[in-house]
Design a binder for this molecule. Structure first.
Ligand code: E4P
Length: 216
């Protein structure tokens, strides 16, 4: 499973990239707003920090507008992945861009049928929003399962990018189902490393090691 970080905070991205475990980055207009940075400038900086795909989202709602914005965004760097919403115009744009060899992440997916459409449109990634689905009384994990089943039935190459992840259980369940990617807020990625018994174990080993009086 690939790990993407869902943020436009370059300090966080740089730190996580140093672990060697970061495979890509996703951003959205809300995350750009939160960063307080210029969209183009921060996206350029993020693309230089990671080798993997960096999703940058269009804001136009019509196909022509999306194509115009995608043209600007894809010039930023080779690893830019154009993010489009799951609408008719979004999928038209997806079909056109992937046909030209550009990576496309279809975002705001809330049903398996929408994911089926995105795969038929040749999406590189489909982003089902599990957290927001849960928030609205649906089962985000069931959505991931259904998409996995459908994509496997037809051997679609579109990668399932579990998005709107709120906690480590979302990551665990997504991995068990076989999502290809999970995009997580930095805090969720950091929480995956931690376990109270790991900390206690280190503490006990270090205490006993000190008693041996040895050094390595
Ligand atoms: C994905 O690409 C989105 O940026 C993101 O996962 C949305 O998450 P949220 O529902 O926590 O805003």
């Amino acid at each position: 499973m690939k790990f993407f970080v869902d943020t436009a905070d370059t300090r966080e991205i740089a730190e996580l990239a140093e672990t060697g475990l970061l495979d890509g980055v996703t951003t959205n207009p809300s995350l750009i707003h939160k960063s307080g940075r210029d969209f183009m400038e921060v996206t350029r900086e993020i693309c230089a920090l990671v080798d993997g795909p960096v999703s940058a989202e269009v804001v136009a709602l019509d196909h022509e507008g999306m194509m115009r914005e995608a043209e600007v965004l894809r010039k930023i760097a080779d690893n830019v992945c154009i993010k489009v919403p799951l609408t008719i115009d979004g999928l038209k744009t997806c079909r056109k861009l992937t046909g030209d060899g550009t990576m496309v992440n279809v975002t705001l997916c809330f049903s398996a049928n929408q994911a089926l459409l995105a795969a038929k449109a040749g999406a590189t990634y489909i982003s089902p929003f599990v957290g927001r689905h849960d928030d609205n009384g649906f089962d985000g994990m069931e959505l991931i399962s259904d998409i996995r089943l459908i994509y496997d039935n037809y051997a679609f190459a579109t990668q399932i990018l579990a998005a709107s992840i709120r906690h480590p259980i979302h990551v665990l369940e997504s991995a068990k189902i076989g999502a290809d990617v999970a995009t997580m807020p930095p805090a969720v990625i950091r929480s995956l490393f931690r376990h109270v018994l790991t900390d206690k174990g280190i503490e006990a080993f270090l205490a006993d090691w000190a008693k041996t009086g040895q050094s390595i």
